[in-house]
Design a protein around this ligand. Sequence first.
Ligand code: AMP
Ligand code: MG
Length: 428
Amino acid sequence: MTQSTLSEFVSTLTDYDPNALPVAQAQRIVQDFVQPILGIETVAIWQALDRVLAADVISPISVPAHDNSAMDGFAFQGADLLPDAATTLAIKGTVFAGKAFDGSVGRGECVRIMTGAVMPAGCDTVVPQEFTQNASDSAVTVPQGVVRTGDNRRLMGEDLKEGRAALTQGRILRPADLGLLASLGISQVMVQRRLRVAFFSTGDELRSLGDTLDPGCIYDSNRYTLFGMLTRLGCELIDMGVVKDDPASLEAALRSACANADAIITSGGVSVGAADYTKQIMAQLGDVTFWKIGMRPGRPMAFGTITSKGKTAYLFGLPGNPVAVMVTFYFFARDALLRMMGASSAPLPLLRAASTADIRKKPGRTEYQRGILSTDAQGNPVVRITGSQGSGVLRSMSEANCMVVLRHEQGNVHAGDLVDVVVFDGLT
Ligand code: AMP
Ligand code: MG
């Protein structure tokens, strides 16, 4: 990192209060502070799904490469169409997809043509087979008014023009993009290397799956949620398990994470008054700020960098509550990780939907409520808040299909009011 430290960075901001940080300001700080971690590799397009494109892909050819027919029918010159009567054309031959017609087509003539076949020289219009009348081997009639000049013809380069960027750097490759690359004859692309993310849970009360659940203990669920969210983002994962709340274990874990990863994500131990050492060790090993964000759930969060043996990694110290982990991941860590991955900005798709019920909301903090988005009898989007919104209720997160985002300034919502909704499918 060539830039200033996080402490220097935040000291330049006006209205910065780490103990009452509005969501938008925290998001901006995270987004402005993290830098792309670039490293390029070439992969076959089979391996390129969900990867970040490292360079523009310039189209080596035009697609389609020739004018061609969009229908099965007859190709002819539009100028032959009689303005106020049916037009009868003499059939000169047949052209199939993948073939070109090598004869010439003159006035009053046509060629039987199949979808995708190259338009014969001189032809600019195709009449679909089903619109024609009296077709024989030698002639066909085009009724008046069924086609106009240029109809049913796909133009060369209509999809893509040779020499133009077909896909741009920073794009996260989707299924359609793989098809597009294949249509250009491109079998491999340059992508950014995967981002390496180390993650662990902190807390003496946590037990791993397979361990006995001693009295007062709980299973570590955050690591599994994080595993899912990070996998969806396409990161390379370093699962470091559960780390005990003791200084030596935490220090060893953070140093090891730092040695192996570009980013470290922890959960737990960052709230006020927690009887743990997480904050202390994080502060000791790096340039970390501890925030109380104006949001619910997920108020406490640590953010910054950890340095060990000359190597620096970004740190997201997420709160311990299972729902708070997901909310802080989606609304702070996700965009930052994408930026580190070299992806161009991919803002979460927002929808507006009518709330089915009143929602109590205090202005002065952002609330993320778990919701179920559906459509009403008229087909309009409506959203219902799931039962309990307690920050530890993972079941409601699992039932929900979206988050309702109630902005900082917003007050109570009345049934029927439109609210912002982020659909989980868009959150991956
Ligand atoms: P903390 O932020 O460490 O004070 O944790 C807040 C709450 O979340 C406590 O009730 C913890 O038991 C719970 N918690 C912390 N880490 C996890 C985890 N990995 N899985 C499930 N619950 C957790
Ligand atoms: Mg804890």
